[in-house]
Design a protein around this ligand. Sequence first.
Ligand SMILES: Cc1cc2nc3c(=O)[nH]c(=O)nc-3n(C[C@H](O)[C@H](O)[C@H](O)COP(=O)(O)O)c2cc1C
Length: 234
Amino acid sequence: MQAQQSVDHAITSRRSVRGFLATPVPRGVIEDILTVAGRAPSGTNIQEWKVYVLTGSAKQRLSASVLAAHDADYERKKRKEPPLHAEEYQYYPRQWFEPYLGRRRKLGWDLYGLLGIGKTDYDKMHAQHGLNYTFFGAPVGLIFTIDRRMEAGCWLDYGMFLQNIMVAARGRGLDTCPQQAFATYHQVVGAALALPENEQVLCGMSLGYEDPAAVANQLRTERAALSEFAVFRD
Ligand SMILES: Cc1cc2nc3c(=O)[nH]c(=O)nc-3n(C[C@H](O)[C@H](O)[C@H](O)COP(=O)(O)O)c2cc1C
């Protein structure tokens, strides 16, 4: 029973934290989390994950490069010029539809509502989005890559590894935010980390201790009822 409570608590207390304390995470703790996460299953045990662990000046350098690109693209947008940076892979459907569109909108409105950002406060939205690239102040930034020769099934495995990191972090009183935002600037990330050509940037993740005073961390997301996604058949 104890194990069930611990596991369930680690899973259900995980949420995306968007404001961290500067408190460092000891290297040994990061190593433990990643070692535990590496127990994730993968088809035929190929373990197709690779993670770059950034702290200190390495993290600052990456943040500065990506933020510069993010700001430059915002200036281009204001001049009605196309952005220089875009995702390498398509995360979302090209055309939204329900119920996903409504859920997505609710998240945006709830977060921006908490932060007092109105629907046309584009500068504030840009600044808030830019916090992604500082890893929301977390002392540890993770960048995940996958060999681009891997196919869609391998991304299933990868998701399990990512979730393991987030749950293992919770078990140690740490918080995370998975961040697809980094995929937009994959070329900048690739250059900053000197990634080999075969490595594709999947996403990033912030890791650290939650700042309880950060307003964004008041956000609590909802989930659909079991009956909306589970079909029981006898
Ligand atoms: C793969 C993935 C990528 C995400 N990318 C971002 C991101 O770039 N920035 C961000 O603030 N949140 C990001 N999120 C967090 C989601 O918005 C969040 O998981 C969702 O709203 C549910 O909230 P919760 O994580 O607090 O339960 C991402 C989540 C996942 C799983």
